[in-house]
Design a protein around this ligand. Structure first.
Ligand SMILES: Cc1cc2nc3c(=O)[nH]c(=O)nc-3n(C[C@H](O)[C@H](O)[C@H](O)COP(=O)(O)OP(=O)(O)OC[C@H]3O[C@@H](n4cnc5c(N)ncnc54)[C@H](O)[C@@H]3O)c2cc1C
Length: 462
């Protein structure tokens, strides 16, 4: 069947299933043509707003039968062109699947639908003494976070989506529905399909339920900010803290440009635009005090110029809101500029070389870039700002991005610690994994999606 005929057949049949939740409206299609990225948007032929697993299953069976592409869409906050439906077809919007189906307080787990955001889940959990720790700085959906293997500021203590997900319900490309994992904290019972779908970016199946591991709200929390005269001193402090085994809950680096941006955007008072660490400690009152004192001693050894405490909840939340808004603060720093962000992650012992190397390359490029990072995990972002109206602006930014990734790889790191591959990082996969491992990944894709309908064009270059 010709492509356009196949799409028309799917749209007609999907309308029977979804009624007016199958939209061909131009502005709805435009909203689903991109995420938070700089790739050239591509319109899907239609957008399907699904509400049940059965609807997803029937829709996928149809698209499989007709060979029509399907691109799952959570909240559209991904940064590498993940949701751009480069081959058209259906954008499958799961944001309306928002039920919290179970919370098992005694076992500290819950079952949710994929459209729930982490903020919504935490609001739901607030009076149960539990919280969900994985916290990207966006209003991402938990389905999207599973699909990108997301993490955030708390990952240094609580892990990423890889550790947080106990099991999944997934609709396969041909419409079959499978359950993976379970409710136990560990299992040694066959191939780990859950982990295969975590980070699969909508290319292997559509996640329709997620069972998450929850954490108890700690008895005591305190946050601190310390500032340094040099970027090297700030990074060396992080490395020593991690090597000493202090169980910090958060340890985030902001370089001078990022700090200047945050001071302006979030009206942070009392701080200088110099390299800065934001820290948080969780535990008992005594444990938190002990951790904080140990970190303060290390920071002082590296010449930290100020150690400011934020113990009350309001001051803490102002501080972390500023950290979470760092991306928007950087974008606002230079009007008429847009940004792309690197996501290099290196072994902690190589972090100084990686961060200082990135800063030097940014300065040499003549572009402004703000460095911010989950440095306790060896992960940092260079938000590269480029002039929107200069024809080669974006290409200069990509050249800098590539140079920073190349250095990260040469230090034993990865091109992406948390954002994923999408379109933007495809070129690094072979270099990072080697041709044989990449060939195995391709055969996994073919086994799950023989007709190549799920988010085609992503992850692999062809
Ligand atoms: C300001 C800002 C800050 C950010 N900070 C962080 C951060 O700290 N850490 C981090 O990890 N990321 C961060 N991100 C990136 C982004 O928020 C994450 O990648 C997030 O996990 C994407 O979730 P989403 O719901 O928006 O997914 P989408 O963008 O909608 O989709 C992402 C990918 O997942 C697939 N997908 C979505 N839902 C499903 C599903 N139910 N089943 C199968 N596949 C699906 C899509 O096809 C796509 O490939 C940030 C982004 C912004 C804009």
């Amino acid at each position: 069947m010709e492509a356009s005929t196949a799409v028309s057949a799917v749209i007609a049949a999907a309308r029977e299933i979804l009624g007016d939740r199958l939209s061909v409206n131009a502005s709805v299609r435009e909203q689903h043509s991109h995420g938070e990225d700089t790739t050239t948007p591509t319109l899907p032929d239609a957008v399907a707003f699904v509400e049940t697993t059965e609807e997803v299953s029937r829709l996928l069976a149809l698209c499989h039968q007709h060979g029509v592409p399907v691109t799952p869409f959570g909240a559209g906050t991904s940064l590498e062109g993940h949701v751009n439906p480069v081959r058209g077809g259906i954008s499958l919007d799961l944001s309306t699947m928002k039920a919290v189906l179970e919370v098992n307080e005694e076992d500290m787990d819950c079952l949710i639908e994929p459209g729930v955001t982490r903020q919504e889940l935490n609001t739901f959990l607030r009076d149960k003494g539990l919280f969900f720790p994985v916290d990207p700085g966006s209003h991402a959906s938990l389905g999207g976070m599973c699909a990108t293997r997301a993490s955030g500021t708390n990952a240094v203590r609580y892990g990423t989506m890889r550790e947080a997900v106990l099991g999944l319900e997934v609709v396969l490309a041909d419409g079959r529905v499978i359950q993976t994992g379970g409710r136990t904290r560990k299992a040694s019972n066959g191939y780990d399909l859950t982990r295969l779908f975590i980070g699969s970016e909508g290319t292997l199946g559509v996640i329709t339920k997620v069972r998450l591991r929850l954490q108890g709200i700690p008895e005591a929390t305190s946050a601190a900010v310390c500032q340094f005269q040099s970027l090297a001193a700030a990074v060396e402090t992080v490395i020593t803290v991690m090597q000493t085994g202090i169980p910090v809950a958060r340890i985030e680096l902001l370089d001078d440009d990022q700090m200047a941006a945050c001071i302006k955007y979030s009206k942070l008072e009392g701080f200088a635009p110099i390299p800065t660490l934001f820290l948080e400690f969780h535990g008992t009152e005594a444990g938190v005090k002990e951790q904080a004192e140990a970190v303060e001693a290390i920071a002082t050894e590296f010449g930290a110029s100020g150690f400011t405490w934020a113990t009350d909840a309001e001051a803490r939340s102002r501080l972390w809101q500023a950290r979470h808004d760092a991306y928007w603060a950087a974008i606002a720093l230079k009007p008429g500029h847009r940004g792309i962000t690197t996501d290099v992650c290196v072994p902690i012992s190589r972090l100084t070389e990686a961060v200082l190397g990135a800063k030097k390359k940014s300065e040499e490029s003549g572009l402004t870039s703000c460095i911010v990072g989950h440095v306790g995990d060896g992960n940092f972002h260079c938000l590269i700002l480029f002039p929107e109206n200069e024809p080669d602006g974006l290409e200069r930014a990509w050249a800098l991005d590539r140079a920073i990734v190349a250095e990260g790889l040469s230090l034993g790191g990865t091109c992406s610690g948390e954002h994923g591959v999408g379109l933007g990082k495809r070129e690094f996969l072979e270099q990072e994994h080697g041709p044989e491992a990449l060939a195995v990944m391709r055969s996994v894709k073919t086994a799950f999606d023989p007709r190549g309908i799920l988010n085609p064009g992503k992850m692999f270059r062809n």
